[in-house]
Design a protein around this ligand. Sequence first.
Ligand code: FMN
Ligand code: SF4
Length: 415
Amino acid sequence: MRDIKFLTKNFGKYDTSSIDSYLSIGGFDALKKAVTMEPTAISDLIASVKVKGRGGAEYDMGRKWSQARDVKGDNKLLICNADEGETTTFKDRELIKNDPFNLLEAMIIGAYVVGAVEGFIYMRGEYACYRPLLLDAMRQCREKGFLGKNILGKGFDFDIKLYSGAGAYVCGEGTALIRSIEGKAGRPRMKPPFIKVSGAFARPTCLNNVESFSIVPHLLLDEKGEYASCGSGNSIGTKMVSVAGNVNRPGVFEIPFGTTVREIIYDLAGGVQHNHGIRLIQFGGASGKIADASILDTPYTYEALRGAGVMVGSGGILVIDERTSVLDFLRMNQDFFSEESCGQCTPCREGNLHIKIILDKMAEGKATEEDLRVMEKIARVMSMSSLCGLGETAQNTLMSAMRVFPEVFQAGGAR
Ligand SMILES: Cc1cc2nc3c(=O)[nH]c(=O)nc-3n(C[C@H](O)[C@H](O)[C@H](O)COP(=O)(O)O)c2cc1C
Ligand code: SF4
């Protein structure tokens, strides 16, 4: 496995409480370079290495920035999604904690590219301990002229505010996040209008994940093309993954795309506890899909994972060993969605509850064939007719389990 530090190259290299320390390792060189470039050249650079948004939806980032730039308006907003509510996902936390100035620098570059005048970081409530770090970093950026009016004398203005969520998973969804920033209940809304045209406070808004932003300064200074030399196809560069569950060394790792799932779990995360066998692996958090151990030699790329029936999603990898049954895992996953559904639309509100009831019946050995048929039907209806991504993806895990572990879904509730 190739040992590469791209996104993590600044980790431990500077004092994260001091902008002078960041400047001493070349901090803000990327911004200084960016403002000498045409904004479109920056979005083209991002598109050329096929960066896909790292928040889960895998939307082409260069395209997003060029579309945001093309939207008319002189009051555009740029938002960093630091809600990181997806289960088993904690990579953004490491980027915030270990390289806060890089994130701010990335947002300033983003503002220059899309033409935003104001920015927000929406950070999950549980990360409140990093608020002082970010607030102080912003203050220092203002003092040095990297935030505020006429940045670097180039005639563009931009400043950032920090918002904290209150613990709702659904607030990571773009429209719910925006409503939360606006001071309303954090519930998703129908689209269109799309947020790039009418987002927070009805202003054109560009929203990206922490990791997506964090790539940009490194990419601008990547003279040797190190990023592009990793991966293949549509999976170029490196990826932050967070590994959790029954592994010996849970944690966050930066991997070049193409590293195998086995290398991630056994070499980086130290293998399965007590040498147990693997029952299942869930990719991309609670809204992701699961596979059995036959996926171990699959390269971690967008294409290969999709071919194996799972997806990169949020970058979370949860390893469950043979001590837990598939059914117990599904019930635990379902509890999460029954709890986190905002209740606004019927398929998701009722569907999640009904599926939970049927899974519980399976656990008691009382589920009938009709129950199982109904459960599958509800899962399909939810994925097609829910108002937002939460309801659309809540049954990804269940539906993938039906494909990978058909023996679990038998009348009476065999395990
Ligand atoms: C229920 C739900 C929760 C989400 N939570 C997050 C999150 O915590 N962080 C995140 O970056 N994106 C999250 N997303 C995806 C965002 O809606 C959006 O696609 C993303 O922030 C865009 O940034 P990107 O293009 O850089 O990935 C969530 C989506 C849904 C439907
Ligand atoms: S799909 Fe679920 S979370 Fe999304 S709006 Fe409907 S009820 Fe709320």
